[in-house]
Design a protein around this ligand. Structure first.
Ligand SMILES: C[S@@+](CC[C@H](N)C(=O)[O-])C[C@H]1O[C@@H](n2cnc3c(N)ncnc32)[C@H](O)[C@@H]1O
Length: 247
């Protein structure tokens, strides 16, 4: 016990308990995770992930580290766009990786993938080992996002690229009210009906509200050492892509 606290959704918890709680959430939803993403977002998460690839523009032969990679959505897209290359999917929650491995086998992508259980805050890789680092809907779950960003910087080679896809802040107040109504009244009920788990989806919507807005997160990326950093809003700021380079 460190004595320091942090947030887990709207709850305050000891910092050293957060990762276990996050793991509990994703262990509980792993088998229904992909289905829930499609239902909750009406398939829009696929467009956001495609937009991430459009900006990233994967090139043949690149080595990707996809942190909090879960069931592999980002790595699969990356490999298809790059044509040749390699992706390492790292995640805290083994049942998410187990689901991903099944999908990789079905898609005949297994030879280009590694699956690693690990923590974004202490990556088990040497300095300068990857060309690209992605984290999609993962960083808001990490106990200390600033430490994850420092780790991203460390494992990227000079010239390597960071790209983060995360929920963000809707700047328009009227749209934000509608979005809040949907988030707090509809999503937890869908979680109960489809994944049999209301609490995990309540955590999901609360954790989104606790995550820094676009500009604050941009300053965190710069503080970790990334150059030429910038962001693009998706669906009026519901989600956002942040990019930076290790130069
Ligand atoms: C919402 S899912 C995102 C999965 C996938 N990237 C996607 O976009 O569909 C969040 C993932 O982050 C993982 N995660 C949470 N905290 C983590 C940490 N500290 N290190 C690594 N993975 C973590 C969870 O286990 C979960 O699989």
């Amino acid at each position: 016990m460190t004595g320091t606290t942090t947030h887990f959704g709207f709850q305050t918890v000891p910092e050293d308990e957060k990762a276990g709680k996050v793991q509990g959430v994703f262990t509980s939803v792993a088998s229904r995770y992909d289905l829930m993403n499609d239902v909750m977002s009406a398939g829009i998460h696929r467009l956001w992930k495609d937009a991430m690839m459009d900006w990233l523009a994967p090139r043949p032969g690149q080595r990707l580290l996809d942190v909090a990679g879960g069931t592999g959505d980002i790595s699969f897209r990356f490999l298809r766009r790059a044509g040749t290359g390699h992706a390492t999917v790292l995640d805290l929650t083994e049942p998410m990786l187990v689901e991903g491995r099944k999908r990789a086998e079905a898609a005949r992508l297994s030879d280009s993938l590694d699956w690693v259980v690990g923590d974004a805050m202490a990556l088990p890789f040497a300095d300068s080992s990857f060309d690209v680092y992605t984290i999609s809907f993962g960083i808001r779950n990490v106990t200390r996002p600033e430490v994850a960003l420092q780790e991203a910087f460390r494992v990227l080679r000079p010239g390597g690229r960071l790209m983060v896809l995360e929920f963000s802040k809707v700047p328009n107040p009227a749209l934000r009210r509608l979005y809040d109504l949907y988030s707090f009244h509809v999503i937890p009920r869908m979680g109960a009906a489809i994944a049999g788990d209301r609490d995990s989806y309540q955590y999901l919507v609360e954790s989104i509200r606790r995550f820094p807005d676009q500009e604050t997160f941009l300053s965190m990326i710069r503080a970790a050492g990334f150059a030429n950093a910038g962001y693009r809003n998706l669906t009026m700021g519901v989600a956002c892509l942040h990019s930076g380079w290790k130069l």
